[in-house]
Design a protein around this ligand. Structure first.
Ligand code: NAD
Length: 480
C-alpha cells in the first residue's frame, strides 16, 4: 500500500528549496512519481537558473565566515545535524521508500548509513603538518577549504550519497549547493529543512531541477569543486564542463562489477550472497554484482540456486513489510531494464523472472540469465536493474581477463575457499574496491574510488576528506 499525498502532508511540512538559510518555493513546481504506482506522489519545488545563481551567491557569501570558524565549531553543528536526522529517522526512511521505491528496511538502512557517514566525518580532522624545521626555517603543510562545492547526486541512494559529499565538505570549511536527482528530490529537500535551523545561512543550499541545471552548476565560475555521483556518460559531461575554470572534481560513476566464483565453493552457500549483491535496491547499486563468472565445476548448480532464489523473492511496494525487491526507480530506467531482459532472451537463456509489471508500478521480477556470450549488451553494459547474467569459465586467467575487459573499474568480488588464491585474484582485478567472500561492506572511514571510467578521485576516509581541500605549504624563514 502506498501512502496518499494527504498522509504525507501530515508527516512533513511543505517541501521548499533552501537558499541562503531561507525555505523558499521554487520558480515552478514538478511532480514526484511514486515508482510503486507510477503515479504522482506529490509536487515539489523546481528551481530555475536565477535560483541556482542565488544559491551559489549565498554559498559564496557564507564561505569566509564558515571557513574561519574553528573545526570544533563546525563539528558541533554537524553533530547537531546528525542528531536531527536521528530524531526523524523513521519519517525519512518512509519518505525515501515513497520516492525511491526501496523496501522500508533498506530505506532505514540507508538513513542509518547517512547518519553514520556524518558522524564518521565529525571524528576526522586535518591537522597542519610540519614538514621540516631547523634553526633557520619551518615548512608547514596545511589543507585549506576550496570554497563553494556543488554536490550532485543520483536517484539510487539519495541520502547516503549526499552525506558522503556534504559531511566532508562542510567539516573542512566549504559551503555547499546540493542538487538531487529530479526523481528523488524529497529526502534532500527535507534534509535542507533540518539544516535550515542548524547551519548559518548559505552554508548549505538545496535546489532541485528536471535534469536541466546540472550543467549550469558545474560551469558556474563561483563553484570551486564539483562532487558528482552518477552515470559515466554524465560524468564525462561534468568533466568537460569544468575544464573552463579548472575546478576540482570528484566523479563517482557507473560500474559493471564482476563476481568471480572460484572452484570448490559451495554453490548453495554462496548463492544467497551473490543474489543479495546483485538484487539489493532492485539491482540499482553502483557496486552491485552485475556479471557473475562461475567456474564450470559449479556453474550448473549455481545457476539453479540463483534461479530458485529469484523465483522465491517477493517483489512489491517497498512499504509492504513482506517486500524484498521494490520497483525500479523511474520510468526511463524501467524501459531500459526491459531492453536488457529482451537482450537476455535474445542472446541467452532466461531461467528465472523476466516478468515486468503492467500495473503502473515499475516492478521487474528478479531475472537470471545463463548461457549468454560476453559480447551481449546485458554483459557489456551497466544494466542497473534486477537482471543478472551468469557466465561460465574454465581457466582462471581467462575469467580475470573477461572481468577486466570493460571500460568500468568500480568494484568486484571474489568467492573462494583458498584465501591466498582469492586475494591474488582480487589484486588482479582492475577495480577500485574488491571484496573477498563478502560484498558491499563500506565503512565510512575506508576510502572508496573508481578505476578507469568508473570515476576520478576518492570519497570517504581521510583521503575523501582531503579531496575537499587544497594543499598549501607555508615556508617560514626564522629571521627576516
Ligand atoms: P545521472 O548521471 O543521470 O544523474 C546523476 C545526477 O546528475 C542527477 O542529479 C542529474 O540531474 C545530474 N545531471 C544530469 N545532467 C547533468 C549535467 N549535464 N551536468 C551535471 N549534472 C547533471 O545518473 P543516475 O541515472 O541518476 O544514476 C545512476 C548512475 O549513477 C549509474 O550509472 C550508477 O552506477 C551511478 N552511481 C555511481 C556511484 C558511485 O559511487 N560510483 C554511486 C551511485 C550511483
Amino acid at each position: 500500500m502506498s501512502a496518499s499525498p494527504k498522509s504525507l502532508e501530515n508527516e512533513f511540512t511543505e517541501f521548499r528549496l533552501l537558499i541562503d538559510g531561507r525555505q523558499v518555493p521554487g520558480a515552478s513546481r514538478m511532480d514526484v512519481i511514486n515508482p510503486a504506482t507510477g503515479k504522482p506522489l506529490l509536487q515539489c519545488p523546481r528551481a530555475d537558473r536565477a535560483q541556482l545563481d542565488e544559491a551559489v551567491a549565498a554559498a559564496k557569501a557564507a564561505f569566509p565566515g564558515w571557513s574561519r570558524r574553528s573545526w570544533e565549531e563546525r563539528r558541533v553543528m554537524l553533530v547537531a545535524l546528525a542528531d536531527a536526522l536521528i530524531a526523524r529517522q523513521d519519517e525519512f526512511a518512509r519518505l525515501l521508500t515513497l520516492e525511491q521505491g526501496k523496501p522500508l528496511m533498506q530505506a532505514q538502512f540507508e538513513i542509518g548509513g547517512a547518519i553514520a557517514m556524518i558522524q564518521a566525518f565529525t571524528q576526522m580532522k586535518i591537522e597542519p603538518k610540519v614538514l621540516r624545521e631547523d634553526a633557520t626555517q619551518k615548512i608547514v603543510q596545511l589543507r585549506a577549504p576550496l570554497g563553494v562545492v556543488a554536490a550532485i547526486t543520483p536517484w539510487n541512494f539519495p541520502m547516503i550519497l549526499l552525506m558522503i559529499k556534504l559531511a566532508p565538505a562542510l567539516i573542512s570549511g566549504n559551503t555547499v549547493v546540493a542538487k538531487p536527482a529530479p526523481t528523488t528530490p524529497l529526502t534532500t529537500l527535507k534534509f535542507g529543512e533540518l539544516a535550515a535551523s542548524i547551519l548559518p545561512p548559505g552554508v548549505l543550499n538545496v535546489i532541485t531541477d528536471q535534469n536541466d541545471l546540472g550543467g549550469a552548476l558545474t560551469q558556474h565560475p563561483d563553484v570551486a569543486k564539483v562532487a558528482f555521483t552518477g552515470s559515466t556518460a554524465t560524468g564525462r559531461k561534468v568533466m568537460a564542463s569544468v575544464a573552463g575554470t579548472l575546478k576540482r572534481i570528484t566523479l563517482e560513476l557507473g560500474g559493471n562489477d564482476a563476481a568471480i566464483i572460484l572452484p570448490g565453493v559451495s554453490a548453495k552457500e554462496i548463492a544467497p550472497k551473490i543474489f543479495f549483491g546483485a538484487m539489493i535496491n532492485a539491482g540499482q547499486v553502483c557496486l552491485a554484482i552485475k556479471r557473475v563468472y562461475a567456474h564450470e565445476s559449479i556453474y550448473e548448480e549455481l545457476c539453479a540456486e540463483l534461479a530458485k532464489l529469484a523465483d522465491g523473492a517477493v517483489v512489491g511496494d517497498g512499504l509492504d513489510p513482506k517486500t524484498e525487491i521494490g520497483p525500479v526507480q523511474n520510468k526511463a530506467q524501467f524501459e531500459k531494464v526491459k531492453e536488457f531482459i529482451a537482450d537476455g532472451r535474445a542472446h541467452g537463456k532466461v531461467i528465472a523472472g523476466g516478468k515486468v509489471s503492467e500495473s503502473g508500478g515499475y516492478f521487474v521480477s528478479p531475472t537470471i540469465v545463463r548461457d549468454i556470450p560476453d559480447d551481449a549488451r546485458l554483459v557489456r553494459e551497466e544494466q542497473f536493474g534486477p537482471v543478472t547474467p551468469v557466465l561460465k569459465y574454465r581457466d582462471l586467467d581467462d575469467a580475470i581477463a573477461r572481468a577486466n575487459g570493460t571500460e568500468y573499474g568500480l568494484g568486484g568480488t571474489v568467492w573462494g575457499n583458498d584465501l591466498a588464491q582469492a586475494y591474488e585474484v582480487a589484486a588482479r582485478m582492475d577495480s577500485g574496491t574488491v571484496w573477498v567472500n563478502k560484498h558491499l561492506d563500506l565503512p565510512p572511514d575506508i576510502p572508496f574510488a573508481g578505476a578507469k571510467q568508473s570515476g576520478l578521485g576518492t570519497e570517504m576516509g581521510h583521503e575523501g576528506l582531503e579531496e575537499f581541500t587544497q594543499l598549501k605549504v607555508i615556508h617560514v624563514a626564522k629571521s627576516a
